[in-house]
Design a protein around this ligand. Sequence first.
Ligand code: ADP
Length: 167
Amino acid sequence: MARENPNIIITGTPGVGKTTHAEQLARATGFKHLSVNQIVKDEGFHEGKDEETGSWIVDEDKVSPRPPRNPPLASSGGYILDWHACDLFPERWIDLVIVLRCDSTTLYDRLTARGYKGKKLEENMDSEIMQVLLDEAREAYKEEIVVELRSETTEDAEGIWRGWRCG
Ligand code: ADP
């Protein structure tokens, strides 16, 4: 069944600008921004925090059955899914995957400003340098729906979605 509107994943290493882009895109299109991180925190879909990295340990069994209980996601679409992994969302629900990328110096500054240090900082920097999320997205979805975008300047974040329309 064809969806009325596309479902779009915005993914990338923490700090690349997923929230920023998802908010801009939601404003431009009227689509619903669904931040998985927020859902995990708000609904307690986690098993506490990793002591070493300070990150939430996500309980994927609790998060993943959620979208089917949310029929518009599969049928009418119009969701912007913001998460630093793509494996939660089955291929059949997804029409476009945007993988945001950022140069190391910029990302380092953003993550340290957020208070990341030690292992957590190192792991995220390595993940971006090794393009882990881009490779994951290319493995999980058809190549032609995976788009890589730079997110280094304000113009990258705001300019791109101005006047953006679907359909
Ligand atoms: P994520 O959701 O991927 O963790 P955020 O959207 O929270 O990333 O962005 C992290 C920080 O970087 C924020 O302070 C945000 O304002 C800044 N930022 C993100 N993208 C850009 C960009 N393209 N240009 C300038 N600053 C950006």
